[in-house]
Design a protein around this ligand. Structure first.
Ligand SMILES: [Zn+2]
Length: 83
């Protein structure tokens, strides 16, 4: 689980991912949160792109925050509201 990330940083990061700007999201985690490149990439890979849907199987997730998909058990970071 990522720690030390503010809600604002989570939202910005999620916006970048949703817009397809993966490198911007990685840069934000590195420069603002202080993550290593490796940790930043791993974190970004778990961020849901489309609100409350699993980043891996696209199934609806029950909630937001850091949670495991009930279908494929992927770890998801749902850092923005659906829609
Ligand atoms: Zn899933």
């Amino acid at each position: 689980m990522p720690t030390g990330i503010t809600e604002t940083q989570k939202r910005k990061c999620s916006d970048f991912v949703g817009a397809g700007s993966i490198s911007n999201a990685v840069d934000l985690l590195k420069s603002e949160v202080g993550m290593t490149l490796k940790d930043a990439k791993v974190t970004v890979s778990h961020i849901s792109k489309t609100g409350q849907k699993c980043h891996w199987c696209q199934k609806d997730l029950a909630a937001s925050g850091e949670l495991e998909c009930r279908d494929c058990h992927s770890l998801n970071f749902v850092w923005r509201a659906s829609k």
